[in-house]
Design a protein around this ligand. Structure first.
Ligand code: GTP
Ligand code: MG
Length: 462
């Protein structure tokens, strides 16, 4: 058999999610795409040549059995103006998983190979159409939980992070060129390289932007992954009512009977672009019967795992020893103290527990008073009031941040070397290392196993 490199294989996959839908799309990429589709696609009308980037209406026919599998639209896109930069064919079938499976089987029988998750995007990367930051942006777009998450990913897809990193690399390559001249002509070192000038430039054009990018990574993590907020309190304080009000939906059962909620209830909420997993829990009390007790254990477990806890108290009754005890068990967590039922006459003595009620947020889950303040409080606790939250900009992911930190360490090495008058060849070692780490971010010097890890995160057919 002839040896083929992996990219010479033509790949195919169902690109739409499983289940029934209006349409379902199969995608094929590779040099044999056109040949394979010609074998099984019968265009309506007398068409001899398929023009690139044009839809054709027709049927998919299994030639062996002379059986029509579906009525479809087919588009052939010739390389390189395609997602992968290879020849690509898309078959738009009816959205039935059975049809899609049988059409895919036909392609496989004719020599296409089932694509790995993310293989189309991996080819786009390997064929140089997109760099690694843009490939990762594709993952982010598919996984984004809020509109803000989508917007950030789209910016990264447009190459914003790539260009920033590339700009730093170009500056470094220039600096490296100076020093190489210096190594070649050691006696003229002093005249050729003005070290102070280079140092100043590196601080502004390398260290500073690296620091900024590293600082933005935490907000990127939060926008991508979101946070979990757990509502705890004694029975009947209004936890489920608060959940419902936040969701604007009657999600959890609410009754005047203490012990209504027994299991944890989780829902998703978008607070100013931050994906928040909000969890309602069973009211915590000592004398609960068996099922309720299990719910309380779950509640405690959720508190342990939460990024932020809302401690809810009922303002329409006195603050009891049980409230105080519960507070003691959660106060080590990042906490927002909320006083509910403020539409009723205040019966709680806030001065009796000054530690708890130094800055309570007063709400009513029934009239919805104070709910916006609560959302704002959640937002500012998460963002730490950081200014850059409102701004657009690059938000590196964890992998990119790690490489940025390594690049920064090397950059610091360069600057120290320059400041302490190290020889040009020693400074060059740090320059090369810094270039290597910047290259990891955009995928130029990324190792194979890291690439595999990245593309494994994709879904099939992307
Ligand atoms: N007036 C008033 N009543 C409220 C408010 N919030 C909740 N309630 C009432 O308080 C009672 C208990 O509310 P829930 O939301 O079920 O309380 P919970 O904390 O989830 O209770 P458990 O699930 O039993 O722990 C219900 O009768 C609610 O209608 C509020 O802001 N104002
Ligand atoms: Mg409840």
């Amino acid at each position: 058999m002839v040896n083929v490199t992996p990219q010479e294989v033509t790949i195919a996959a169902i690109s739409t999610p499983p289940g029934a839908g209006g349409i379902g799309i199969i995608r094929m990429s590779g040099e044999r795409s056109l040949e394979i589709i010609k074998d099984i696609f019968q265009p309506a009308g007398n068409i001899i040549v398929f023009e690139s980037h044009r839809f054709y209406y027709g049927t998919i026919v299994d030639p062996e059995r002379d059986q029509t599998l579906d009525e479809v639209l087919m588009v052939y896109m010739s390389a390189p103006r395609t997602y992968t930069r290879e020849d690509v064919v898309e078959i738009h079938c009816h959205g039935s998983y059975l049809i899609l499976q049988s059409v895919l089987e036909l392609l496989i029988n004719r020599g296409a190979q089932l694509a790995e998750p993310g293989e189309f995007t991996k080819r786009a990367f390997l064929n140089g159409r997109i760099d690694l930051t843009r490939a990762e942006a594709v993952i982010d777009i598919l996984a984004a939980k809020t509109r803000k998450g989508v917007d950030l990913a789209l910016e990264q897809l447009s190459g914003r992070l790539y260009h920033q990193v590339d700009h730093m690399r170009q500056r470094l390559v220039e600096v490296r060129a100076y020093f190489e001249v210096a190594i070649d002509f050691p006696d003229e070192d002093v005249e050729i390289v003005n070290r102070d000038e280079v140092l100043e430039r590196l601080r502004h054009e390398l260290l500073l932007p690296l620091d900024e990018l590293i600082n933005q990574a935490e907000s990127g993590r939060i926008i991508r992954e979101g946070i979990s907020v757990v509502i705890v309190g004694l029975p009947n304080v209004g936890k489920s009512s608060l959940l419902n009000t936040l969701l604007q939906e009657e999600r959890a059962l609410v009754t005047e009977i203490p012990g209504t909620t027994r299991d944890t209830i989780e829902e998703f909420l978008d607070i100013n672009g931050i994906p928040v997993r909000i969890v309602d829990t069973a009211g915590i009390r000592e004398d609960a019967e068996r099922v309720e007790q299990l719910g309380i254990e779950r509640a405690r477990d959720q508190v342990n795992r939460a990024d932020l806890v809302i401690f809810l108290a009922d303002g329409s009754r006195p603050f009891e020893a049980a409230d105080q005890e519960l507070y003691q068990t959660v106060k080590h967590k990042p906490l927002i103290v909320v006083l509910n039922k403020c539409d009723l006459p205040l019966q709680i003595d806030l001065t009796a527990a000054p530690e708890v009620f130094s800055e309570p947020i007063k709400i009513s889950a029934v009239t919805q008073d104070g709910i916006d303040q609560l959302k704002n409080a959640i937002f500012s606790r998460v963002t730490g009031g950081a200014e850059q939250w409102g701004e657009d900009g690059c938000r590196p992911n964890i992998r990119q941040k790690a490489a940025l930190v390594r690049a920064r360490n090397a950059a610091e090495g360069i600057c120290e070397g320059l400041a302490f008058g190290l020889s040009s060849d020693l400074v060059t070692i740090d320059i090369l290392e810094c270039l290597e780490h910047l290259g990891e971010i955009i995928g130029e010097t990324t190792t194979e196993d890291v690439l595999d890890l990245i593309f494994e995160q994709f879904c099939l057919g992307k």
